[in-house]
Design a protein around this ligand. Structure first.
Ligand SMILES: C[S@@+](CC[C@H](N)C(=O)[O-])C[C@H]1O[C@@H](n2cnc3c(N)ncnc32)[C@H](O)[C@@H]1O
Length: 269
C-alpha cells in the first residue's frame, strides 16, 4: 500500500500534452465574492490554479450595478415577496465578459440536473461564466442571455454561489493533470457505476476486516473484485444507472453472480 501522502489526490504531474492545453478560464459573477474566495483557494481547486491548469476570476456584480447605489435588483412586477435580479447589470457584465468561446451558466432550481457527464463536458470548454443570482432569482429576460441553466437538485438554496462552487469543484478535478487520472477514471458515475468500497488501515477495525483480496497483490483479482462490488453497490443503491448502461460480457457475468448471491442471502450489500 502506498504511503498516505503519496496517495493523496491532487499531486499528479501534468504530462507534456496536458501542459500545452491553455488553462480553463472561469468568471464568476456574484454579490458575495467572499463566499467563493475561501473555498476556491483551498485543496484541489487551489492547487489546480496554482499549477496553472485553471484561472478563476470572481467579480462583484455590483460593479455593473445601476446608479449611485449600484442597484442590481428590484421588486417583482405583480407583487409578491422578495427582490429579483434586474437584466441591465447582467447584460452589462456579460458585454464585458462574454467571448465567442464562452459558455454562460445560470444556476437555477429548474435547470438541467448537473451530473458527471455535464461536468466532463464543461471541463473540456475554454471559458465559463457563472452568474450567481440571490433573493427571488432573475428577471425572466436574463434567461435569454445565458447558454445553460443548471440545477444541483430538487431543493432551494439562498443563492447561486454554492451551486457555482459545486460546478467549479466537479469541473476542476476533471482537468487533465488536476489529480491522477486513475482517481477520476474509477470514481462514481464516470463509468456509469457507483464506486466500489474503499478501505485503508487498519486491516481490522472492531471486528470488521478488510477483504483479503485487496492485500493479495493479485491485480487481476483486485480489479475483478472492485468491478463486482461496484455493480453490487449500483444495483442496490442506484439500479436505474444500470438500466441506462450497456454491460460488457464480464459485467453481465459478475452482475448475474451478484444477483445469485442476493437470491441466496437476501442481503443487498
Ligand atoms: C432563493 S433562489 C430562487 C428560487 C426561485 N424563486 C424558485 O422558486 O425557483 C435564489 C437563487 O439560488 C440559486 N439556486 C437555488 N437553489 C438552486 C438549485 N437547487 N440549483 C441551482 N441553483 C439554485 C439560483 O441561482 C436561484 O436563482
Amino acid at each position: 500500500m502506498s504511503e498516505p501522502d503519496q496517495a493523496r489526490e491532487g499531486d499528479a504531474e501534468p504530462s507534456a500534452g496536458e501542459r500545452t492545453r491553455p488553462p480553463l478560464e472561469i468568471d464568476v459573477l456574484t454579490l458575495f465574492p467572499a463566499m467563493l474566495d475561501g473555498p476556491l483557494a483551498q485543496s484541489i481547486p487551489g492547487r489546480v490554479q496554482t499549477r496553472g491548469l485553471a484561472t478563476i476570476r470572481i467579480h462583484d456584480l455590483r460593479e455593473w450595478g445601476l446608479g449611485r447605489h449600484r442597484t442590481v435588483d428590484d421588486y417583482t412586477y405583480g407583487g409578491g415577496a422578495g427582490m429579483v435580479l434586474r437584466p441591465e447589470p447582467v447584460a452589462a457584465a456579460l458585454a464585458v465578459l462574454r467571448r465567442p468561446d464562452s459558455v454562460v451558466i445560470l444556476p437555477d432550481p429548474g435547470g438541467e440536473v448537473f451530473g458527471q457527464r455535464r461536468a466532463q463536458d464543461l471541463s473540456e470548454r475554454s471559458h465559463l461564466v457563472i452568474l450567481c443570482p440571490r433573493y427571488e432569482g432573475v428577471d425572466e429576460r436574463v434567461r435569454a442571455m445565458v447558454d445553460m441553466e443548471l440545477s444541483i437538485g430538487d431543493y432551494v438554496l439562498s443563492g447561486g454561489e454554492i451551486p457555482a462552487l459545486v460546478f467549479v469543484d466537479a469541473i476542476l478535478r476533471l482537468l487533465p493533470g488536476a489529480i491522477d487520472a486513475e482517481s477520476t477514471a474509477e470514481e462514481s458515475f464516470t463509468d456509469g457505476l457507483l464506486e466500489y468500497p474503499q478501505y485503508t488501515r487498519p486491516p481490522e477495525f472492531q471486528g470488521a476486516l478488510v477483504p483479503a483480496v485487496l492485500s493479495s497483490g493479485n491485480h487481476e483479482a483486485v480489479r475483478k473484485w472492485r468491478l463486482k462490488e461496484a455493480l453490487r453497490r449500483t444495483l442496490s443503491r442506484r439500479p436505474e444507472l444500470l438500466a441506462g448502461r450497456t454491460l460488457t460480457k464480464e459485467e453481465s457475468k459478475l452482475l448475474a453472480s451478484v444477483q445469485a448471491e442476493l437470491d441466496e442471502t437476501g442481503n443487498s450489500e
